[in-house]
Design a protein around this ligand. Sequence first.
Ligand code: SF4
Length: 370
Amino acid sequence: MKIRRIYIDADAADDPVTEQVCRRIGLPVKRVNHPVEIYQQISASPDPEAAGKSVLLLTRNKGRFIRDCPGTTHYTCCGYQILHVGAYCSMDCAYCILQAYYHPPVLQFFTNHDELNEQLQSFFDQGVVGRIGTGEFTDSLIWEPLFPLAQQLVERFSRQDTGNLELKTKTAAVDDLLAISHNRKTIMAWSLNTQTVIRHQERATAGLSARIEAAEKCQASGYPLAFHFDPMILYPGCHADYEAVVHLLFARIDPANIVWISIGSFRFMPELKEVIARRFPDSTIIYGEFIKALDGKMRYFKPLRIRMYRWLIDRIREKAPDVLIYFCMEDEEIWEKALGFTPAAHGGLARMLDERAASMCGLNGRVQTR
Ligand code: SF4
């Protein structure tokens, strides 16, 4: 993180988390009564999306910490829940939806952990198997230098047996998690992509080898693992590059430790196109064979998606015949043509993943059909 300035929302000023973060960072802080002043400054910058990565707002989460993943209409959703601990990201991926999601985007870390803990306890008390993750509106591990939240969550989840935490990252910063007693209730997950995509589209993220090396360390510490080939991006030579990713992954990781692998392809809200063109002028990812899909997002033409998914699944299956593969936000036709079945035949995608989490992570709650 390259934070240059910290702002504290007046409501958050007395929270112990605020004090801890300020002590750790040791930068000048400014108290604000309303963050509009910050938003105005960031919006006036020539590159607001980059400016928002150098400013940290410590504030209270005024909504729910636990909420359903918004998913998208018309596509099969996995029934994931989000643990909303903060927003935006210090890394800088060309395709990052957060650039267009917040206006303007700014790093925010929520400080009312008393409410976070209460809501987590209610989540555990339901007695129902639930999958929850912090990597939807941010990266799960970027906050650790400011506050050891992932470490605390791993420890907290280890003491119950209905919920499953997924920490999803593009960093390799796992060393502080290795010695924690996790009781297999946390899945350590990485987004994977080709080295070409990482180099050109994922600024400031860990390289492919570093991500897999970090996964290998977590494997040695007994964590269950997950990987997300998302977003797959088509470019000349991409097949050889994705094959190299699969090869590297299974040279280091035992398929028996993988809870699931998800696959998705590059898709974007039309508003993001202007941001990518402006901020990543050398990127060509927005100039492909796209159509506007039912959810309003631009997606690769469906036959292209089916072909690339089938091809990747074949490569994965050669190394890991039994690993659970699922699609993030695709329709039944894609499932049928690329995987040979639809989730409905297994009680729905959410149920499939809940059952898998229950068996791989030793969960004891009720599995519901959602
Ligand atoms: S790592 Fe994830 S959250 Fe961070 S910039 Fe990249 S896509 Fe966005």
